[in-house]
Design a protein around this ligand. Sequence first.
Ligand code: HEC
Ligand code: HEC
Length: 520
Amino acid sequence: MPIRSVPLLLALLVLAPAAPAAAATESGAALVRTWCSGCHRERAPGQFERISDIRKTPEGWVMTLFRMRQVHHLALPDEVHDALVRHLADTQGLAPAEAAPGRFALERRPNVQDLDLGPELGVMCGRCHSLARVALQRRDADEWLKHMHFHMGQFPSLEYQASGRDRPWWEIASTKLPAELAALYPLATPAWRDWQARAKPELAGRWVVVGHVPGGRDFYGTAEIRRDAAGEYRAQYALTEVGGGALAGESHAIVYTGFEWRGRGTLGGHATREIYAASEDGRRLTGRWFDPEHSEEGGDFTALRADAPAEVLAVLPQALKVGTGAHVVVVGTGLAGAAAPSFGDGARAVVARREANVLEADVTVAADAAPGNRVVSAGAASGRLVVYRQIDALEVRPAYGIARVGGGRIAPVTAQFEAIGATRLPGGELVSLGPVAAEWRAEPFDEEAKRTADVDFAGRLEANGRYRPAGAGPNPKREFSGNNVGNLAIVARARDAGDALEGRGHLVVTVQRWNTPPIY
Ligand code: HEC
Ligand code: HEC
């Protein structure tokens, strides 16, 4: 090595930021000082310009740090990145009540109606991304204004794209909106002050779990959650699929902000991501798990501490037809007891298994049983069951779905529909029966879709109501070698009712989404 480069090397060693190994020991504020203060001035001890004036979810911080790396070329080692997301989400996060309205976006629920923040924000911001992305942040007016400057600076063609000339976007965004956004989502709130002051729930212990995957799969069982040496959580799942077999799983989770459970694991051999929220009292975990590569494929998850006060989490199935029988599973806490369980008037039960957290029984409903709601009682807990004569209405959910063709590196995005039945009680009340078995078909949504034969090109509808889109075009078989997009009606016909009983949903099969950030 030529001698003249030694001083340079020494200088680099001195200037080199803390080694990644230091991330675990260095305090959060010290990490921000080391890695961020070169651009974000420390205006007072531990107070950094821009950074200290915003609160957001772990996913929000991940998106910001992605930008610091990608756009502003910050070379941030992964360990430091992860430690920073923890520190920032813990000290500048959202309280449970603040995060609640936008959780659907964190959980990456497909085909959910976005938040309604009035006509102006809907068009100003909702034209590019979900309003949940906005609702999951807290800032004062001057910070919202800076964020508008960032939008214009990073996307200078903003006013010309996405039908942007419908209004003076920049003028509105830079004058009246910052105050409006600050009134809706201010930096300092009683909710956050209270949450910061509270002791955070400890989640280790034994839990009762129920899960529902749209398309007809229900799970129940237990989770054993413990803390590992690093203070992170490890969960072991022992689940049973209703009408199926056993399903084991495990996950490794970090809990941010004292309640935001983010896990990675496997279930039945498939990789999973878990986005759950612990309730403020630490007795309940709710959310959604999904396939990391296909966030639209996943299920609803609820867990209740096994020692929580008696409660029925689920009765599976939740509806029984008169004159029939079914194997019914009741999941919850406090279900054991001396008294025989009851499924209500007109229902006879033969108990097959009974423990504190699960009750299985073969239940027969008399042919002349009165239709209506029944109270299911077991031990100290009670739940609900519906006894019905006939299905009177069928609703397809989602009413409006989106699927995306696949192509190149981008996998297709499927759309899962469910048929939700309802029965009309003699008194006239319409009562939901939950998901019911249905036969599915796709039809052209309108005349134009019929003319362009969208049903033939856009993909296929599987027997359980999942639409699998086709590969991306151009397709020489289509008019103008068009893409395999489609405008379809998704029709469900209840197997249990007359031919006339159908429900209809709308499906648009559209092009790929090239960019999928953590908060759509
Ligand atoms: C190389 C300079 C640079 C470094 C280093 C840097 N930033 Fe930034 N940061 C910027 C610039 C420029 C902006 C304004 C434009 C934008 O928002 O992307 C910004 C904006 C921000 C904002 C406001 C974004 C918003 O939501 O409106 C946050 C928060 C932030 N940075 C966090 C960080 C953190 C945390 C670090 C350290 C890990 C960091 N930055 C390091 C340049 C930097
Ligand atoms: C032209 C499209 C477009 C419009 C219009 C738009 N946004 Fe965004 N916004 C984006 C993109 C793209 C990102 C992601 C930027 C990134 O992280 O690189 C983003 C990110 C955000 C974020 C998260 C940024 C972070 O670092 O945490 C917030 C909050 C946000 N926008 C608020 C708004 C608000 C409020 C409006 C309406 C006044 C709005 N946006 C309008 C495109 C848009």
